[in-house]
Design a protein around this ligand. Structure first.
Ligand code: TLP
Length: 339
């Protein structure tokens, strides 16, 4: 099977497996796991933040951000197709007891003026706006890279209005590789940042959340309450270190494969690539074929290719390091055969 459903499907490399095996460990609830401490220090340094915390997943990192930044009854502004709003099981309202205020964006980017106009004024009837969440790269916008200028403008609006900004940077390193703008530069425009080690970077488990020392101290308590007191966590943190040391540059190859794939798809009748393909995600509209997204995905599966149903008319493909150039060619041949 050639698995193009997501970059979460990557298998850990030999180096990661070795690092896990050899990891020096201790009980992290006592702050005694040297491997996770090294990972957290490295992540904080890369992002230019005071401190970082290893969390079990991107979702957990985002939820902890809401729990730490907000009080129950607050309102959070975010983009209407953001992962937090669409794909996190309603956690912000269930766990952090906040109200979500979605704004539709263009290519995942909210208009800073609209963000400004959405902030609540002081009124006994209104919730308090306390947080803005942004996502870079933007998953449902097809891995779109948020322009730095857009992040800067939103951050400025937030600061003038005394709001916090959380960046869901699950694929922030894809943004860095695609744009040449460092994760540190992006992170300057957010108070807290979450990024995933387990997407294109290939680690088996884990994400990072970073921010000020005071924020991370409180975030650590929320993680504990959510069941994230992780004990000998070095075993899973060690592959994360390898991901940061060895796997960032190869994301460029994933992006190149995605572009080649999109160019090939553009030559197939009835297939329309919906996004600009800036990173490793390709969204394909199948409306003009005889298929629904479900039958398209099933037909592809019978030819050894896995893709994901993405929307009413769309299917998503994601490239990653376990997919070779030859696999891309095979996937194109399979698609040609089923339409
Ligand atoms: N995205 C997954 C699915 O949940 C849709 C995927 O296959 O793309 N933020 C963004 C922008 C994400 O794309 C994801 C995962 C997360 C957060 C959550 O990360 P995990 O899966 O580690 O909880």
């Amino acid at each position: 099977m050639i698995d193009l459903r997501s970059d979460t499907v990557t298998k850990p490399t030999e180096a990661m497996r070795r690092a896990a095996y050899e990891a020096e460990v201790g009980d992290d609830v006592y702050g005694e796991d040297p491997t996770v401490t090294r990972l957290e220090e490295k992540a904080a340094e890369l992002l230019g933040k005071e401190k970082a915390l290893f969390v079990t997943s991107g979702t957990q990192g985002n939820q902890i951000a809401a729990l730490t930044h907000c009080r129950p009854g607050d309102e959070v502004i975010l983009e209407a197709s953001s992962h937090i709003y669409i794909h996190e099981v309603g956690g912000f309202s269930t766990l952090a007891n906040v109200q979500i205020r979605p704004i539709p964006g263009i290519n995942g980017a909210m208009d800073p003026v609209e963000v400004k106009n959405t902030i609540r004024s002081e009124n006994i009837h209104y919730p308090t706006t306390s947080l803005v969440c942004i996502e870079n790269t933007h998953n449902l916008a097809g891995g779109a890279v948020l322009p730095l200028s857009n992040m800067q403008a939103i951050y400025q609006v937030a600061k003038v209005n005394n709001l916090q900004v959380h960046l869901d940077g699950a694929r922030l390193f894809n943004a860095q590789v695609a744009s040449g703008i460092s994760v540190k530069e992006y992170a300057k425009n957010a108070d807290t940042v979450q990024f995933c080690l387990s997407k294109g970077l290939g680690a088996p488990v884990g994400s990072i959340i970073a921010g000020t020392e005071a924020f991370i101290k409180r975030a650590r308590k929320w993680r504990k309450m959510l069941g994230g007191g992780l004990r000998q966590v070095g075993i899973i943190a060690a592959p994360g270190l390898v991901a940061l040391e060895e796997n960032i540059e190869q994301l460029a190859e994933d992006h190149a494969h995605a572009r080649i794939f999109a160019e090939g798809l553009a030559t197939i009748d009835g297939i329309r690539v919906e996004n600009k393909v800036e990173t490793n995600i390709i969204i394909v509209n199948v409306k003009e074929t005889e298929h629904t997204p479900e039958t398209f995905v099933d037909a592809l599966k019978s030819k050894g290719i896995l893709a994901g149903v993405f929307g009413l008319d769309t299917v998503r493909f994601v490239t990653h390091y376990d997919v070779s150039r030859e696999d891309i060619d095979k996937a194109l041949i399979a698609i040609q055969a089923i339409v």
